[in-house]
Design a binder for this molecule. Structure first.
Ligand SMILES: Nc1ncnc2c1ncn2[C@@H]1O[C@H](COP(=O)(O)OP(=O)(O)O)[C@@H](O)[C@H]1O
Ligand SMILES: [Mg+2]
Length: 244
């Protein structure tokens, strides 16, 4: 009986780890500010299940962007570990991490970060071309239609408004069919009306694709659309709210 119980517990914990797309354990990050040490993240532990929508909120400077960068393997922590899509990031080389990101991860940034010398269509195609996808132009056009910008495919970012650029960035983020999508203040540079449109598109595309979403935001209305909300303050987890 006891053996059965132990086996069940083992199986359940194994199963839980398997369905978690992100496992963050005891993360610490310190920056040097002149000769002083600045602890930006302090003992951060949480997990995100496949398909979850997860918001990270907190005041400016609380470590949100740093945390997102560590979760996506863009930067290294001083202590702790990140397991993304079943892979321990600190076991990978920079090239292996870049490959994992191209295969499994999408990004959306506050300042859109489209390539200025490429058209909207080419910007959306880039992640697929990096993968050697021969249908990239066709898929990119379908995605641009979904965000309502098919007629702007040949326009360069400088010819598009902020909201339009962010819609191109949304199409790009979903183009490689990511398992997990990280968005850092995706509505931070947009007015209220445009934000609402971009957020609706983000959640529509996400629902259709079944992607896991991790969104850093100041916007509490946007945060509340997520299943879970994590609040950071001074580099520590203050509170986690479960909703829905
Ligand atoms: N590369 C860096 N070097 C030194 N300090 C940094 C660096 N990046 C961020 N910081 C500091 O770390 C803290 C957290 O920054 P950040 O993660 O960008 O916070 P948030 O996104 O919540 O505004 C801030 O005090 C910021 O000034
Ligand atoms: Mg930030």
């Amino acid at each position: 009986m006891i053996i059965l119980l132990i086996l069940t517990l083992l199986f359940e914990s194994q199963f839980e780890t398997m369905t978690n797309i992100l496992n963050v354990r005891h993360l610490e990050k310190t920056y040097m500010s002149g000769s002083k040490k600045l602890k930006v993240l302090d003992d951060i532990t949480f997990s995100i299940q496949q398909g979850d929508t997860f918001a990270i909120v907190g005041p400016s400077g609380s470590g949100k962007t740093t945390l997102l960068g560590l979760c996506a393997g863009l930067d290294d922590s001083d202590e702790g570990s990140v397991e993304l899509c079943g892979t321990q990031l600190d076991h990978l080389t920079q090239d292996e991490r870049a490959l994992l990101r191209n295969e499994k991860v999408g990004f959306i940034f506050q300042d859109f970060q489209l390539l200025p010398t490429l058209t909207a269509l080419e910007n959306v195609s880039v992640p697929m071309e990096l993968k050697g996808d021969k249908n990239s132009a066709k898929t990119a056009m379908t995605l641009l239609s979904k965000v309502g910008l098919a007629d702007r495919a040949d326009h360069y970012p400088s010819q598009l408004s902020g909201g339009e650029q962010q819609r191109v960035a949304l199409a790009r983020a979903f183009s490689n069919k990511p398992s997990i999508l990280f968005a850092d203040e995706p509505t931070g540079n947009l007015d209220a009306e445009t934000s609402e449109k971009v957020v609706d598109l983000l959640f529509d595309l996400n629902k259709e694709a079944g992607t896991t979403l991790v969104i850093v935001t100041h916007d509490l209305d946007l945060a509340k659309k997520n299943k879970r909300i994590l609040r950071l303050q001074g580099g520590r987890i203050m509170k986690e709210l479960s909703q829905l």
